[in-house]
Design a protein around this ligand. Structure first.
Ligand code: NOJ
Ligand code: CA
Length: 528
């Protein structure tokens, strides 16, 4: 089997505000996470990625960092962090931090100094431009959270650029001093032991040197987020990013076994460029195409085939079905298909990343406007807020689902008595039992972890593929529809069904799938 942990392993994303509160302030924290490591070990994940835990005014729930080398008081202290790290390590697991290099908080001392005067030593650490002739913004670039991406600083008479909130000014990555400072941040955390970084909006780091206007998007439809009115031709994914990336990779490679995972929303052929050439990009450019593609066997098969074709030789694929920015999988495709999605995620060739709570089938929670926390709901009225997918982890049937003893920072789903770790652990047919079984099977199967993969012919609305390694030959068949389907010309023994009730069943010539059923079968085992 492959030796690198990040190829073999399963990554689990924790949204720290929502995992476990330990001190009764209604917000998750590091001690809370620490107290739940036994669960993660029992579940069988290998690496934990924690969304930002740095000091922050929390305008974007921590993605607005005011100090890259500290821990936000609401999450704990550096010694809490060290204790958490030690406990993760003691369980043989890895810890991945979120690195937010594209922008800082406007409260970061660097930006305070930068905005202080045009002659400030840190002026060029951010992106400042004179107003356009009419006094308006320097170009037509839009914030991802709606409106112009430029905010005028009245005192110094210039605009600064922010791809997100105005409280998140973009750093100027063309400035070598910025790069040096940020690489030192990576070293700081690697010296403390961390195993890698998920790099926030990596494809945004470099912008067009001339800052040309973006072209209008002919595909824009009313109701789309406002940022889609223009195509980000000049504001992201610039060729110069690869020079930065190579430097960043060099910094990380100086510490054995550490990895970079890039957050990148780009079409597949652009996404794979972020592997770099000969290992000078990120180890894993997050592949979000299972989230972006319509949920049908045919569309998903297309994504798989195209992605497998494009991943450069020697590089390793990866798959994601949920995160804190996307609708939860159970809400997007429904409870029954979420089980099929789980089987897909854990049997494809490549590193899977799980989003906390998806292993329970947690759903998006409707958040009343007065309880909204995501400021995007304020900058862009409509259906854009991400609070629904960020609600507290549902641990047990006690008050507040065992997440907190006081009012949780976001409301809990009312279904928590049923959809929670404690009750699903006891239920042999629950989503959690399915995840456990899938993870167990994956861990014990060289074919699932590292084996070759081949899509096979299947009836309409069924996705089927084989995974093989040595003498092991498995088939995964996933029924994307609400009617039964039959695969012909196959023989073997079922190892697992998404319904958790057919294990060991033999089939010879015909493999029957019930509505919304996925199965993993051992083809090497002759049907008797
Ligand atoms: C991507 C993060 O995942 C998202 O939550 C955040 O709002 C933006 N980057 C800005 O940092
Ligand atoms: Ca707390």
């Amino acid at each position: 089997m492959m030796s690198e942990w990040w190829k073999r392993g399963i990554v689990y994303q924790i949204y720290p505000l929502s995992f476990q509160d330990s001190n009764g302030d209604g917000k998750g924290d590091l001690q809370g996470i620490r107290g739940r490591l036994d669960y993660l070990q029992w579940l069988g994940v290998d690496a934990v990625w924690i969304s930002p835990i740095y000091p922050s005014p929390m305008k974007d729930c921590g993605y607005d960092v005011a100090d890259y080398r500290g821990i936000a008081p609401e999450f704990g202290t550096l010694s809490d962090f060290d204790a958490l790290f030690a406990d993760v390590r003691a369980r043989g697991m890895k810890l991945i931090l979120d690195f937010v290099p594209n922008h800082s908080s406007d409260q970061h001392p660097w930006f305070r100094e930068s905005r202080d005067s045009r002659r400030s030593a840190k002026r060029d650490w951010y992106i400042w431009r004179d107003p356009a002739k009419d006094g308006g913004p320097p170009n037509n670039w839009l914030s991802n959270f709606a409106g112009s991406a430029w905010t005028l600083d009245k005192r110094t008479g210039q605009y600064y650029y922010h791809a997100f909130l105005k409280e998140q000014p973009d750093l100027n990555w063309r400035n070598p001093a910025v790069r040096t400072a940020m690489y030192d941040v990576l070293r700081f955390w690697m010296e403390r032991g961390v195993d890698g970084f998920r790099v926030d909006v990596l494809w945004h780091l470099m912008k067009d040197a001339q800052m040309r206007d973006n072209p209008p998007n002919p595909g824009y439809r009313p109701g789309d987020p406002a940022v889609r009115r223009v195509l980000d031709v000049y504001s992201a994914d610039q060729p110069e990013i690869f020079e930065v990336l190579a430097e960043m990779r060099g910094v990380v490679d100086a510490y054995p076994g550490r990895i970079l995972i890039g957050e990148i929303y780009l079409p597949l052929e652009r996404l794979v460029a972020y592997y770099g050439v000969g290992g000078n990009g990120v180890h894993l450019p997050f592949n979000f195409h299972l989230i972006l593609a319509p949920w049908s066997a045919r569309e998903i098969a297309k994504v798989i085939a195209e992605y497998e074709r494009l991943v450069p030789p020697g590089e390793w694929p990866n798959w994601v079905i949920g995160n804190h920015d996307q609708k939860r999988i159970a809400t997007r495709v429904g409870a029954a298909q979420a089980r099929v999605a789980a089987m897909l995620l854990l049997t494809l060739r490549g590193t899977p990343t799980l989003y906390y709570g998806d292993e329970l089938g947690m759903e998006d929670v409707r958040i009343p406007p007065e309880r909204a926390r995501d400021n995007w709901t304020r900058t862009e009225p409509g259906q854009v807020g991400r609070d629904p997918q960020r609600t507290p982890m549902q641990w047990d049937a006690s008050v507040n689902a065992g997440f907190t003893r006081s009012e949780p920072w976001l409301p809990l789903n009312k279904n928590f008595e049923r959809v929670c770790v404690e009750s699903q652990k006891r239920d042999a047919h629950s989503m959690l039992s399915l995840y456990r079984a899938l993870i167990d099977l994956r861990r014990s199967s060289a074919a699932l972890v590292g084996g070759a993969k081949r899509l096979v012919e299947a009836p309409d609305e069924v996705l089927a593929y084989e995974r093989a390694e040595g003498r092991e030959r498995l088939m995964v068949a996933l029924n994307f529809c609400r009617e039964p389907r039959v695969l012909r010309g196959v023989a073997g023994r079922l190892l697992l069904s998404t319904h958790l009730d057919r294990e060991g069943e033999r089939f010879d010539g015909e493999l029957r799938l019930r509505a919304d059923e996925g199965v993993i079968a051992d083809l090497a085992a002759r049907a008797s």
